[in-house]
Design a binder for this molecule. Structure first.
Ligand code: ATP
Ligand code: MG
Length: 385
């Protein structure tokens, strides 16, 4: 029997004047996510139907669709004729061996000779006489047989609703620049902002040759995993080796991280403005490490002039972040041992509450503009589809 996939979107976001805009982007994102798999997509009102796929691709299609933001639920359904006999044949495929069930019917085609209640009753009776191990329970059934009579003289019969990623379609809320490290937190932060509809570009700082190719490979892998949710991404890498060396040579060692992070934020903001990103995103969480005290955040934030810095993990515990990293599939890569920035220069005792006047005094020993320019000269761009 012909199988189709019903996709329902998180309708709440799609109401009002912008509905067409959201729907178009959502449909494009679905198409992008299914690239390379044979299928067709149709858009009857209020939802989407995927069909004409190969049976062996079903699992892959479902797992890709579950990553598309804006998708509320999906169901694997059988498409059949609208006679009760046809519907019953499909219902048999949906029914479990034993347990309790109810039939939930819906008529898109109001010309259909039976009401939804009548369809449910009749089909329920047919199922009961076909399998005596099944019982009806309309309140707490162990499974539901859903019947949807459509206007094209076809009926869809399906069992459960599979939960989607929810959120808003990526691309409906502008573009963000994610500062991505090789750690656990930043990919999770990027995922959360993408969930609210932003496209994500990534920027990574490395200290080559102190850090190696494996460290870079790790970040490419993280960005690739992230891109399966964000419909692709651009990853740019910039070297901060010369910045770490200069700070190491000229400034107080306990301010290494503070000063380095101010460079990272300056570079990130300029890069964001060049690529049309409207905010910076970091994986910072309050109090997690020395540079993530409110004083540390104030110090790095104060060099950002035009854009907001979004810190979606600011109130999360590490365990909560790890749970999310596991769920989105970045955790295993994040815990690989390769460091993203050179640890050779890291002080034993970083300043926990850096004072701005002291930071500025140390920073005045550096050619800030020249070092930023040199960093941009090292920029490399990787397009991840
Ligand atoms: P993460 O797990 O994301 O690496 P972290 O707990 O190690 O975070 P920090 O190293 O202080 O914390 O980094 C805080 C945030 O600064 C990161 O989440 C990321 O957004 C940004 N960041 C840190 N290092 C880099 C880097 N090498 N390149 C780009 N962004 C970085
Ligand atoms: Mg880190």
């Amino acid at each position: 029997m012909k199988q189709v996939i019903i996709i329902r979107y998180a309708e709440i976001y799609l109401k009002g004047k912008n509905r067409g805009f959201f729907e178009q982007i959502f449909a494009n994102n679905i198409e992008k996510s299914l690239r390379g798999i044979k299928h067709e997509m149709h858009r009857p009102s209020g939802r989407y139907i995927i069909d004409n796929f190969a049976e062996e691709d079903v699992d892959e299609i479902v797992s890709r669709l579950k990553k598309v933001f804006g998708l509320h639920t999906l169901s694997l359904a059988y498409e059949t004729g609208t006679s009760l006999e046809d519907i019953f044949e499909a219902a048999k495929l949906v029914c479990e061996e034993e347990g309790t069930f109810k039939v939930e019917s819906h008529r898109g085609d109001k010309r259909y000779p039976l009401t939804s209640v009548e369809i449910s009753k009749k089909l329920g009776g047919m199922i009961l006489s076909y399998n005596y191990k099944l019982k009806v329970d309309v309140h707490k059934p162990s499974f539901t047989v859903n019947v949807d009579i459509r206007e094209n003289d076809k009926a869809l019969v399906f069992g459960n609703y599979i939960e989607g990623a929810n959120g808003m379609p990526v691309g409906t809320a502008g573009k963000a620049l994610l500062m991505i490290s090789g750690g656990i937190d930043s990919p999770v932060a990027g995922h959360m902002i993408a969930k609210r509809g932003m496209k994500i570009d990534c920027l990574h700082f490395h200290s080559y040759p102190y850090t190696n190719d494996q460290a870079k490979e790790k970040v490419v892998d993280l960005a690739t995993t992230l891109s399966s949710y964000t419909c692709g991404t651009n990853l740019c890498t910039v070297s901060v080796t010369h910045i770490q060396e200069a700070i190491h040579e000229k400034c107080k060692p306990e301010l290494m991280i503070t000063l380095l992070r101010r460079f990272m934020f300056r570079i990130a903001e300029r890069h964001a403005l060049r690529i049309g990103a409207q905010c910076l995103v970091t994986g910072e969480s309050l109090g997690q490490v020395a540079s993530q005290t409110i004083e540390g955040m104030t110090s790095s934030n104060s060099v950002v002039e035009k854009l907001p810095v979004l810190r979606p993990l600011v109130g999360f515990d590490k365990n909560e972040i790890i749970d999310r990293a596991v769920k989105i599939g970045t955790y295993e890569t994040s815990i690989l041992p390769y460091e993203d920035c050179c640890t050779v220069f890291l002080p034993d005792f970083p300043a926990i509450r850096p004072k701005l006047d002291e930071i500025l005094r140390e920073e005045s020993k550096l050619d800030v503009e020249g070092m930023i320019e040199q960093a941009f000269a090292s920029l490399e761009r990787i397009v991840i589809m």
